[in-house]
Design a protein around this ligand. Structure first.
Ligand SMILES: Cc1ncc(COP(=O)(O)O)c(C=O)c1O
Length: 503
């Protein structure tokens, strides 16, 4: 549902209003945080942030005496407005990003699995069907929840060097009759804005009576314009986590967890309390409240503008020799059912440049991209952009193209596809095993004890429990040589990684 039919008064932002009310009341704060509404803060920090953030950065003593200082009640009100706006039965504000949301969904499904285990042997861990190319936080969730992955077959797009969503047949094959499964997990959309047939995946999950959990980190805006793919919740997901901070007018780290499932709704407060700080930043909460209101009231108009700008940028980029910006033809690729046109994925290898080289040069021309991959860069257009920003981008790309010498255009190294190894241990056992460091070039045949991840996009090349193959090490080396940041080194200088010691 994209048309704005809400049950509640979406012009309200109770959390933000409560904070602003408290900050103007003149109350003397004998409570955390220690800066006491900005009374004592490092002067450079204060100059950088201004005064207001400190006034609003208070803790849970703030709300008016007539509400019994109950910030939890105001939070519930704000979350109810979010549930109404995002089409959920229940929504939760998250102050540790979508990472916490993903971990919470996996922990909750592990709890449900344990309580419905039936005749499955007690020592058999619950499994989660998921693509291999998930964000590294998912492997963190599997470790915490003691669940094991059952990977669904996915394909790789060689022309763009990115993973594609699994097909419905691949999901069917992996889910089977659902025996031993705790949940089905999908990323929708991908970092690059592509989505598979999420409705069909939800249907398959429902068929075996398991929840479909969705990492919708990059899709918090889908609900607010019909030009975007349907939301995973509207397609039948049981729960989704969204990085509201990635695409909406919301502060970094503020995310949302939405659910349609009453069992999850009941479990979530307990599970989230395990994962998140007891001192949430109220600045984050106020920004979620205000960002939701902005979407409910003006989202359609704001995203219309962003969609038009993105299309204009795409057309102009495609006129620059040597560059190629992906468009709706992406829908012809295997597994791709939906795409988000505000993601500008631009191939730069036609200029003889890698993604990281292009990123560096663009920075010299005053442009910072979202990410660079082996042969591409990714640029995000959001409600924060206007014609001036798009002109700046196109001009910088023109400069990039004209500064590249014609004879350099053939030099691009061949691109390798990430290849994953067999899972020999569960992520949890591997993570908790005795471990040692080995130089990555000598790690073939070892079992990885951690995640090793090019960042962004944050999809691990090695995951805990996986047998390390020569192919995955070759891939790691080529990412590293291209200058893509790798997270998860045991020792960055010596390029060692953690492997399981006693296998
Ligand atoms: C696909 C995907 N999932 C999850 C996350 C984690 O989100 P957050 O940074 O909000 O914790 C990211 C972050 O980049 C991501 O790209």
């Amino acid at each position: 549902m994209h048309e704005a039919k809400y049950q509640l008064d979406q012009s309200r932002a109770p959390f933000l209003e409560g904070l602003v009310g408290y900050s103007t009341e003149g109350v003397i704060p004998f409570h955390t945080p220690g800066h006491k509404q900005g009374r004592r803060v490092d002067s450079e920090l204060k100059d950088a942030l201004g005064f207001n953030p400190f006034l609003l950065d208070v803790s849970d003593e703030i709300f008016a005496p007539d509400k019994a200082n109950d910030s939890a009640a105001v939070l519930r009100e704000a979350e109810a407005l979010a549930a109404d706006a995002f089409g959920a039965k229940r929504s939760f504000f998250l102050h540790n990003g979508t990472t916490a949301g993903i971990q919470a969904m996996l922990l909750a499904s592990s709890w449900q699995f344990e309580h419905g285990r039936g005749d499955l042997p007690k020592d058999r861990p619950g499994e989660v069907v998921l693509p291999r190319s998930v964000h590294r936080s998912v492997f963190g969730g599997l470790v915490l929840a003691g669940l094991t992955p059952r990977f669904v077959r996915e394909s790789w797009d060689h022309t763009w060097s990115i993973p594609l969503p699994p097909s419905p047949e691949a999901w069917q094959e992996a889910i089977g009759e659902g025996k031993g499964l705790a949940a089905v997990f999908d990323t929708y959309p991908s970092y690059y804005g592509m989505g598979g047939a999420v409705g069909k995946t939800a249907h398959l999950a429902r068929g075996v009576d398991r929840p479909l959990l969705v990492d919708e980190a990059h899709g918090a805006h889908f609900r607010f314009h019909p030009g975007f793919p349907p939301t995973a919740l509207s397609a039948g997901a049981a729960a989704v986590a969204q990085s509201a901070h990635k695409t909406l007018g919301v502060l970094t780290q503020a995310s949302l967890l939405h659910t349609m499932d009453p069992g999850f709704a009941e479990l979530m407060p307990t599970v989230l309390a395990l994962l998140q700080s007891t001192s949430p930043s109220f600045l984050l909460y106020a920004s979620l409240d205000a960002g939701r209101r902005q979407m409910a009231l003006d989202g359609l108009e704001l995203w219309q503008r962003a969609l038009e700008l993105a299309q204009e940028a795409r057309n102009r980029i495609n006129q620059i020799p040597g560059l190629l910006c992906l468009g709706s033809e992406v829908l012809e690729k295997p597994g791709v059912e939906f795409w988000d046109p505000t993601k500008l994925l631009i191939r730069v290898d036609g200029l003889g440049l890698s993604g990281p080289e292009s990123e560096q040069r663009l920075r010299q021309y005053g442009i910072q991209v979202e990410l660079s991959g082996l042969n591409h860069i990714l640029v995000l257009i959001t409600i924060g952009d206007g014609p001036e920003e798009v002109n700046g981008l196109v001009e910088a790309l023109r400069k990039l193209a004209s500064s590249t010498e014609q004879d350099a255009r053939e030099k691009m190294a061949p691109l390798e596809m990430p290849v994953s190894g067999e899972m020999l241990l569960s992520p949890r056992s591997a993570m908790l095993s005795a471990r040692r460091q080995v130089p990555f070039a000598k790690a073939e045949e070892e079992i990885s004890a951690g995640t090793v991840t090019p960042y962004p996009p944050g999809i691990p090349l090695l995951v805990p429990g996986e047998k390390i193959t020569g192919a995955s090490l070759g891939c790691l080396e080529s990412y590293w040589r291209q200058g893509i940041e790798i997270r998860g080194w045991a020792n960055l200088g010596r390029k060692t990684i953690w492997v399981v010691d006693d296998h």
